[in-house]
Design a protein around this ligand. Sequence first.
Ligand code: SAH
Length: 251
Amino acid sequence: MTELDLLLDLHLDGDRQGPGTQKDTLRALYLSALDERSDLYIADIGCGTGGSTLVLAEELDAKIVAVDFLQPFLDKLHEDAAKKGLTDKVETLCASMDALPFEENCFDAIWSEGAIYNLGFDTGLKTFRPFLKPGGILAASELTWLTDARPAELDTHWNQHYPDIATAGEKILQIERNGFTLLGYFVLPPSSWFDTYYRPLQARYKAFLDRHDHSDLAKAVVQENEDEIALYEAYQDYVSYGFYIMKKTGA
Ligand code: SAH
């Protein structure tokens, strides 16, 4: 078993694979005004098991293509969409976000919660923009500093793990420099980290370790998650996900 297999196994039973709740998705949707439109074509990129995809499918008159590079997540999404009677609105596609097989100018919106970091925010904006129609919406949540200064331990950790981390002011400048207008921004509250992500994840550790005979690698995966959770618990005033809702300008 590789570390990726183990991560997949640990996260497969979760409703979310990153911070974010149904309420956050609805708030971003409200800021996007997509709910006032019909016959939409939308991509949810890095969808995981589809926590956000299912909200979009329930709320919008839209066809949604949910993209992830891990097929088991997509299988779970397909099952859950079927249970909710949403299969005619949700299609899944196993692809990497750095090699998306779409036509240019095809989407009314691209949604991406807790996933654009896999490209880096700036590269992600550049990668996704061509697939949007003129005036199309990009809604992405992204790790963001909440203050101008912060404790050294936190600063060092995230700069090592995610060098693209920055304040909202810096992210918004990237948004504007990449041909988008910001329509809305909000910060995910601590409950969006704990209620749907960290606490359910911690509740799965025991069964996960049992499934893998408490192997060293499985224990290391749990420890890595615990370290990240402890860091967030200590420093939640300084860091969160910011949700950026933007509109493509120009052609
Ligand atoms: N949007 C979901 C999942 C966030 S976790 C949620 O909010 O719950 C990040 C997701 O990105 C994971 O499902 C992971 O499999 C996916 N991912 C990581 N790298 C990727 C890549 N290169 N292409 C497509 N998906 C990727």
